[in-house]
Write a protein that binds this ligand. Structure first.
Ligand SMILES: Nc1nc2c(ncn2[C@@H]2O[C@H](COP(=O)(O)OP(=O)(O)OP(=O)(O)O)[C@@H](O)[C@H]2O)c(=O)[nH]1
Length: 421
């Protein structure tokens, strides 16, 4: 490791960050809070060539230890170590939002965030809600300028809350793309997914509710109720009439009028998320609702999820594209091993969990042909995403009723935390 230093800041509560695709090598930051909730140790980790700090490369404790070995100026390292060892570093918690009062940054930290103090800077959290297939992921990707959420033509493909960060010189919007709001919950998986939608809304400073412009206008009360619960009356809400490219301008005007008249939202904006039309209007609306304040994350960070999360999501997208009917919904993709190797391709071992033997047979195909096609398509996209060559190994396993098993679902990351190691 070519560590120079490690920076610890209360404004940066995450363990690993994904930087924008073509950004310059970044400062990777790491946060440890002391007992009083304030950072007392400040270091900075830089390693050229990484788009994110992959926790597999080095464990949290190793990282701290390496810094401690180098830096003699740390007085109270024993306390620091105690604190680190008390934290289960194999999980990333997705539901926390840094306390605004804790994000009062000093000059050094502002410099680290690439942020020059400005009274007009706005930052905050935005929950993106809507029924399945209305275009939430497409809009979130368009706003961030990079594909983070998988997009398919099938409903209910987003299972996790995907956090994407959209930064500009004067703003930082942190978007939660959420699974489609659904009334009927078939499995425990569905209820846990909806719980995640709610916790996204709890963190939000404002809310976008997407509807499909091609569909007959419909009440959004159920989306607001399911997605926001008690917060529904208090948060500024924008109704986004998406897929306007698919209908005639006259029809858009009629639907706009309907939604303005029959829903209790602050504004309605027609857009085409797919083609980026109207997306700037949405950004302007969000900016008018976010509080002024410093950024939460460095400006070149686009997500806090680890690379392995996106690897699993890319494979899930390919499953949706290749297989029909219920099969994609019955699959869970887990990255069980992710090794970065200095002199060889990265090694990624993945298991696809299915509920029945019949699904396993379909996934693998005759002589393993279908699985081979899947692995090739996934590998190409993963290499494009990671900007490096990988060796991808996929195995299909059967676990009866995994969608009903709360313990397993938590282990797979549906309980608000995902595995980092
Ligand atoms: N024509 C058109 N298609 C769109 C637009 N936005 C999204 N789509 C398509 O609609 C489908 C669903 O888009 P997603 O972004 O996956 O929808 P979602 O709301 O995230 O879906 P869930 O995962 O089910 O919650 C995809 O085929 C998109 O390409 C749009 O503005 N115009």
């Amino acid at each position: 490791m070519e560590l120079i230093a490690l920076h610890i800041s209360p404004a940066l509560p995450r363990e690993c960050f994904l930087t924008a695709k073509d950004s310059k090598p970044s400062a990777f930051t790491h946060n440890v809070r002391n007992r009083h909730g304030k950072s007392r140790f400040r270091f900075q980790a830089r390693k050229a060539g990484f788009r994110s700090w992959n926790p597999n490369m080095i464990s949290r404790v190793d990282l701290i230890q390496q810094v401690l070995e180098r830096d003699s100026f740390i007085e109270d390292w024993q306390e620091l170590e105690e604190e680190i060892s008390g934290v289960d570093s194999s999980f990333l918690y997705l539901s926390e939002k840094p306390d605004r009062n804790m994000t009062l940054l000093d000059d050094y930290e502002l410099e680290e965030l690439d942020f020059s103090s400005s009274a007009n800077h706005r930052s905050g959290y935005v929950a993106v809600l809507g029924k399945p297939n209305v275009g939430k992921s497409t809009l979130a990707n368009q706003m961030i300028g990079q594909k983070l959420s998988i997009v398919t033509d099938k409903p209910q493909t987003t299972r996790h809350r995907v956090l994407g960060i959209c930064s500009g010189p004067e703003h930082q919007m942190i978007l939660y793309d959420t699974p489609g709001v659904m009334k009927k919950k078939m499995h425990k998986l569905d209820s846990m997914m909806m719980k995640n939608v709610r916790s996204a809304a709890l963190n939000a400073d404002c809310v976008l509710v997407l509807v499909d412009a091609c569909k007959v206008p419909e009440n959004i009360d159920d989306v607001l109720e399911e997605g926001l619960g008690d917060s529904k009356c208090t948060l500024p809400t924008l109704l986004v009439l998406n897929k306007k490219d698919l209908i005639k301008p006259g029809e858009i005007a009629k639907k706009l009028e309907w939604y303005e008249k029959f829903t209790d939202v602050d504004e309605v904006i027609p857009v085409s998320a797919k083609y980026g039309h109207g997306v700037d209007d949405i950004k302007d609306w969000i900016l008018s609702k976010l509080p002024t304040g410093p950024p939460y994350y460095p400006k070149d960070i686009v997500s806090e999820h680890p690379e392995r999360f996106f690897v699993a999501e890319i494979i899930r997208e390919k499953i949706f594209m290749q297989y029909r009917n219920e099969v994609p919904y019955e699959c869970q993709v887990n990255v069980v091993n992710y090794k970065t190797r200095p002199n060889a391709k990265d090694f990624i071992q993945v298991e696809i969990v299915v509920e029945k033997d019949s699904q396993k047979i379909i996934l693998i195909g005759k002589g393993g042909k279908a699985l081979k096609i899947l692995a090739t398509a996934a590998r190409i996209d993963i290499e494009d995403f990671l900007q490096k060559k990988v060796f991808l190994e996929i195995e299909v396993k059967e676990k009866e009723n995994w969608r009903q098993d709360e313990g397993l679902l938590k282990y797979y990351g549906y309980g608000g935390q995902i595995r980092a190691l």
